[in-house]
Design a protein around this ligand. Structure first.
Ligand SMILES: CC(C)(COP(=O)(O)OP(=O)(O)OC[C@H]1O[C@@H](n2cnc3c(N)ncnc32)[C@H](O)[C@@H]1OP(=O)(O)O)[C@@H](O)C(=O)NCCC(=O)NCCS
Length: 361
């Protein structure tokens, strides 16, 4: 290989902010990410700006990760992220590798993946996990999810790459979008019906931005439960340890990112405690898609239409706060029928799929 086409792999230092000169590499990496994911999804709906993504990399105590880039001729052509849970009992690492379509099939992906694999195994966490995103499955051989719900196609480069490295598909998630504005009259009807089913013991409370002081204890519980209650099939995921400090660091990411968070929660009136919550994350550019983050109803409060109540209440709030938002996107396990029922009822439809993969050594 001539020097021009040689591939180099380097760790990318995380800049303190997007205003320092070293942030140029981070910005280039995010442009590469967005180009690749736009190609994978056939839409730029899942793109984020560098400013929005940077805070995600800046909380090593809660979300440890290492970022690598592959360059050809000085230009970033691929990126790789190794991440893991900080909890002591965590046994898995997540490996993510993305290469620009025009630089594939020449070993860039393998060079990045080998680097991550070596570090992951040296860390003492024996399980390696990866996720892939796709538009609708195409015409290749079906790779069925062992959950019995969802499948991918083996003509996809990411699927072939992971199968070639010995990984097994463990789960398929559906990526859905709700075009906005939603029908206000329909939302009002759905909210009234859900509130009637939930009864007077539950009331909706709402806030924007960081967690109010009097809700911190409840959010610590809800976030902890969220980490185990969303179906994760055969993927290794350990319960996250949340406390007021972690919640404050998580809330602190908002200011740096320029994003806004809308939270609605269901208060159980007799106890004053929160029974469930729903979060929407809005980009600073209100013309960009909104991301649905957590939705959770605690086990002991399920079966009372609170999931629907919270979903609809936050969509109503979104319409007030940001009437120009064009869509909401969300990821749900394909076997998570209760959540999919709620989402389908308000108008979410599939735009793609996510594969969750595991290699056990
Ligand atoms: C998966 C992905 C990272 C692979 O990147 P890549 O740079 O093409 O990877 P490599 O070139 O190292 O290897 C990929 C393929 O090229 C082959 N290959 C490697 N070197 C080659 C070469 N010099 N000439 C021809 N083929 C080559 C590999 O054997 C493999 O073949 P296969 O797909 O038919 O099994 C890339 O397709 C991508 O970014 N996909 C989207 C993101 C994704 O799905 N990531 C995977 C999970 S983290």
């Amino acid at each position: 290989m001539s020097t021009d086409t040689a591939v180099t792999v380097d760790e990318l230092a995380i800049p303190a902010s997007m205003d320092v000169p070293e942030a140029a590499d981070f910005a280039e990496m995010v442009d590469v990410r967005n180009a690749i994911e736009t190609q994978l999804m056939g839409t730029d709906a899942l793109n984020y700006s560098a400013r929005e993504l940077l805070p995600v990399y800046q909380v090593p105590e809660d979300d440890p990760m290492r970022l690598f880039v592959a360059r050809v001729g000085g230009r970033i052509v691929g990126r790789a992220i190794l991440s893991w849970q900080p909890e002591e009992d965590a046994i898995a690492s997540w490996l993510e590798v993305e290469v620009l379509p025009e630089f594939r099939r020449r070993g860039v992906g393998t060079a990045l993946f080998d680097r991550l694999t070596e570090l992951a195994l040296a860390s003492g966490r024996p399980t390696l996990q990866a996720e892939t995103i796709h538009t609708r499955p195409s015409t290749g051989r079906r790779i069925d999810s062992p959950t019995g719900y969802g499948w991918l196609s083996d003509d996809d480069p990411g699927v072939r790459f992971l199968l070639g490295h010995g990984y097994q598909l463990e789960q398929v998630a559906r990526i859905s979008a709700l075009p906005l504005p939603a029908d206000a009259a329909r939302l009002a009807e759905q909210r009234a019906a859900a509130q009637a089913a939930a009864g007077d013991d539950y009331r909706v409370v709402a806030w924007a931005g960081p967690t109010p002081a009097d809700r911190v204890d409840d959010l610590v519980t809800l976030k902890t439960r969220m980490s185990t209650d969303a179906p994760s099939a055969g993927m290794d995921f350990t319960e996250e340890k949340w406390d007021a400090g972690r919640l404050a660091r998580w809330d602190g990411q908002l200011a740096g990112s320029g994003r806004e968070r809308l939270t609605v929660a269901a208060e159980h009136v007799p106890t004053g405690r929160l029974a469930g919550y729903n979060e929407l994350s809005l980009p600073a550019d209100r013309g960009r898609p909104v991301s649905q983050e957590d939705t959770l109803v605690l086990t002991e409060h399920r079966g009372r239409r609170l999931g629907m109540l919270l979903k609809v209440a936050n969509l109503q709030r979104l319409a007030e706060v940001s009437p120009s938002s064009p869509m909401v996107t969300t990821f749900n396990a394909e076997e998570n029928r209760h959540m999919l029922d709620v989402n389908e009822a308000v108008g979410f439809a599939p735009i793609g799929y996510e594969g969750c993969w595991k290699l056990t050594r």
